[in-house]
Each structure stands twice: as structure tokens, then as C-alpha cells.
Design a protein. Sequence first.
Length: 194
Amino acid sequence: MDADDLLDYIERRMQMRHVYQPLLIRSLLDSGNVATIRQLALEILAEDEGQIRTYEKRIKVMPLPVLRKHGIVSSDRDGVVRLNVGKLSFEDRARLRAACERRIGEFLAARGISTWDYSLLELNPVPDTIRYRVLKRDRRCVLCGEDGSEYRLEVDHIVPRSKGGSNDLENLQTLCRRCNGGKSNLDAADLRQP
């Protein structure tokens, strides 16, 4: 394949259900045509505005307030965060960074993969055929009525998987990303009922 063939695929033949294909091609072009799956995943993550907003909220709720309370950081209304430390030498930065890495390692060693469980629940994803049936049945968020034009529609487990819920059709309902994030695994509310 030459550059013209690839351009033809991108401009004419690429059928897109999501933004992943051009993101991967762009990332591979930027990395000299070769990258690991992990590198590509990190590139996609950097573009995922929903994930970025989730982590912005998480940072604002905690750990930012805790670090501010201890005088470690300061922040302003524009969202700029500053580490409250004087000028650091290269050695100081390396020593402090190594201490952070050590603490992260200790935490992960103690907690294991459960540290990230809230984002790794897709270990047993809803099969595509079942997902299709739920979305076709409900057609919109059963809580707020969102039709998917502003927030992505997701398939929610009525009884959360973390509490033993299954991928059976009767345990699934359609929620928009916002409502599903709010419900999380807090309860087993069947929101399809009036």
C-alpha cells in the first residue's frame, strides 16, 4: 500500500461507527508507522473527552482538596494547579518522583487490580446481541429521556455486576452516560417502571 492508497481508504472507503480508526492511523503516522497496543490505547485515552472530564471531576473532589488542605498544592479558578515547593534541582525531582512511584507501587501491590475496578468492570461485557436488544427495546434513557444526541446511551445493569447482577436481558436497561454515571453501582433501581 502506498500513501495514495491509504489516503483513498481514509477519505472514501473508511466506514466509521466511531472515531477509533482515524485515531489509530494518525497515531501510527505520528509514531513512525509502528506502535504497541498500549501506546495506541494511551493515544485514544488522550482524546477521550468523556474520560478526561471524569478525571477532572475526580481530581476536583479528591485528591486536590486533600493536597490543598496540607499545603502541598494551590489552585486557581482557571483550573491551574501549582505544587507549593521552591526551586527543585534535577536530583530533587528524581528523588521526589521515585518516592511517588514507590508509594504508587506499594498501594497497587496491596490492593491489586481492584484499585481500578470501577473502570474495569467490562471483564464480562454485555454481548453485542443483548446490548442491541436492550437499546432497541428502550430507545432512550429510561430515567431522563435522553435520545443519545447529547449523551451516549449505555446499557446499565439494574442489579450491578459488582453486587452479583447478570447480563440477562431482564437485568438490563438503557441509561445515558450521565445518568448511568450518577447511578453507578449504588442501587438496584429498575428505572423502566413508572
